[in-house]
Each structure stands twice: as C-alpha cells, then as structure tokens.
Design a protein around this ligand. Structure first.
Ligand code: COA
Length: 265
C-alpha cells in the first residue's frame, strides 16, 4: 500500500503477453491524479510498441476499486478557471489513448468504477466485472460538463436512453445492471475476477495479432463512421493478414494438428 512516501502512480506489469496497467492510489480508491492521466498515453504507447505484449488490461490496485474517477482533492488547484480546460484535454488524451489502442484492451473492474474511472473502463474494448462492482458517472452531482467526445464510447456500449439515464441521474449501477446494459461483458465472483480476466486475455494473446487488429479497426471505424466508413483503410488491415507469415503458420499448424505460434507479422 502506498504511503505518503509512495505517491499515487500507475504501475505496469508484463507477464505472458499481458500488460497490466494498475492505478495505484488506494487512499483515494485509486482515483486518477493529473499526473496519472498524463502518464497513461505513454504507458499505452509503450505496450503497443512492445512485441511481447498482446493484450492490455487496466485495473485498480487491490480489490476495493477500479477507480473512483479523477482525484477531486486536486480540483481546486488544477480543474478550475483556465486550468479546467487543460485538465479536460489531459483527461481526453488518456481516454483517446485507451480507446484507440492498437492492441485489445480489457478493464478488470473490482468495486467502485466512478466518473473518469467509469469512462476509462468504457473506453476499453471490453469489461470483466466482479459481482461487487458499482458503476456511476456522477458529473451532474458535481456540475461537471461532460465532454461530448466522451459520450461516443458510452454509446458504443449502451443505448442512448441508458446513457441519458446514467448522466441525468448520476445514479449507481450494480454489476448485474451493468451486464444488462451492455457495460459488462461478464460478471464473476470477486475472488474469481483475476483468473477469469487472465483466461480471456490469454485466449486473445495466443490468437493472430494481425487478425485481431483488423477486426478491431473495422468495428471501431464502422461504429465511428457508419454512413461513410473508410473501407479502403480497413481492406489494408485484412490484406496484411493474408500476406502475413502468421497466415502461413496458421494453415501449416492446422494441417500438422498442432497449436500455431503467431508473431504478429
Ligand atoms: N477523489 C479524491 N478522493 C477520493 C475520491 C476521488 N474521486 N473518491 C474517494 N476518495 C477518497 C475519500 O475522500 C476518502 O478519503 P478519506 O478517507 O481521507 O476521507 C477515501 O477515498 C475513501 O472514500 P469514502 O468516500 O470514504 O468511501 P465510501 O466507500 O464511503 O464511498 C464512493 C465511495 C466512491 C461512493 C465515494 O468516495 C465517492 O463518491 N467518491 C467520489 C466519486 C466521484 O464523484 N468521482 C467523479 C470525480 S469527477
């Protein structure tokens, strides 16, 4: 547990193709300080550039909270007046970095998942959730104007009516409600969350990275621009799969009745 001597931070652990980014601020339920928001895009870029990383998992330290959102204790100094806009930009860069990550992202959610923490989880490709998780975006309870750029990721996982309910009321949603809303991909007992998240991350980590990338780019582009998707750009990702060494390895491994060893090229 960090003390005053170990300030709030983001920690990265890489194991078995899975890069886990841990929000570590337990004294404030893993709330993100401005420094943590600022560090996140760099950590995502590092994970994207590391060929050993196949999947990125975001979580909070311990099991009480994924994150209680932005660290409100800092707001007086850096989220008022002219600083408020800059704070939003830094916050937005963190959400964008996660939302546009080139590798699959999973939010592993224990306990509180509030405000910016909830948005961060929603920016991930999927959410594995403990039964004790509680989701809320209480912006309207603090008179925070919710950036319109942050509403698109919400609409990718829940209906417009549910997004309105969530933002208008600022109410809390249980894990079961999150599952029904489409926010949670799966809900498991808290004691099983790590193992369940690792299992799904490993399922993806052994698959062909270029194939996953093509699917991810297509789904995100088709959602962002349903009327006018850049299909030529998406075709390029699909062609990269057919031209890859991994495609040859996939065919060979199938014929030889063994597991393929993919390298992402
Ligand atoms: N920023 C800074 N500190 C926070 C925090 C946040 N977002 N969320 C919780 N904390 C701190 C509390 O101030 C408290 O500190 P203290 O022990 O020094 O008093 C500690 O974390 C534990 O929180 P507490 O409120 O006592 O826990 P709880 O279980 O009763 O309630 C919450 C948990 C998440 C419901 C409640 O802390 C809360 O509403 N937090 C704010 C969430 C929020 O509005 N986030 C959006 C920010 S834009």
């Amino acid at each position: 547990m960090p003390t005053e001597a170990t300030p709030p931070t983001l920690r990265t652990l890489i194991e078995g193709g899975i890069c886990t980014i841990v929000a570590d601020n337990p004294a404030r339920l893993n709330a993100y300080t401005r420094d943590m928001w600022e560090a996140l895009p760099r950590l995502i870029r590092e994970a994207e550039a590391d060929p050993a990383v196949r999947v990125i998992v975001l979580r909070g330290a311990g099991t009480k909270a994924f994150s209680a959102g932005a660290d409100i204790s800092e707001f007086e100094g850096n989220r008022t007046g002219a600083e408020a806009r800059r704070y939003d930009e830094i916050n937005h860069e963190a959400f964008e970095a996660v939302g546009r990550a080139k590798k699959p992202t999973i939010a592993m959610v224990h306990g509180y998942c509030f405000g910016g923490g909830c948005e961060l989880a929603i920016c991930c490709d999927m959410r594995w959730v403990a039964e004790d998780a509680i989701f809320s975006i209480p912006a309207a309870k603090l008179s925070i104007g919710y950036n319109p750029r942050w509403i698109r990721p919400m609409l990718a996982v829940m209906s417009a009516a549910k997004a309105k309910e969530m933002l208008f009321t600022g109410r809390r949603y249980s894990a079961a409600e999150a599952l029904a809303m489409g926010v949670a991909n799966a809900v498991v007992p808290a004691a099983e969350l790590e193992a369940a998240t690792r299992k799904v991350a490993e399922e993806m980590a052994i698959n062909a990275p270029l194939s996953i990338r093509a699917a991810k780019e297509s789904i995100d582009e088709l959602f962002a621009h349903p009327e006018n998707p850049d299909l030529a750009r998406l075709d390029h990702f699909v062609e990269a799969c057919f031209e890859s060494e991994d495609y040859a390895e996939g065919r060979r491994a199938f014929m030889e009745k063994r597991k393929p060893q993919f390298r992402g090229r």
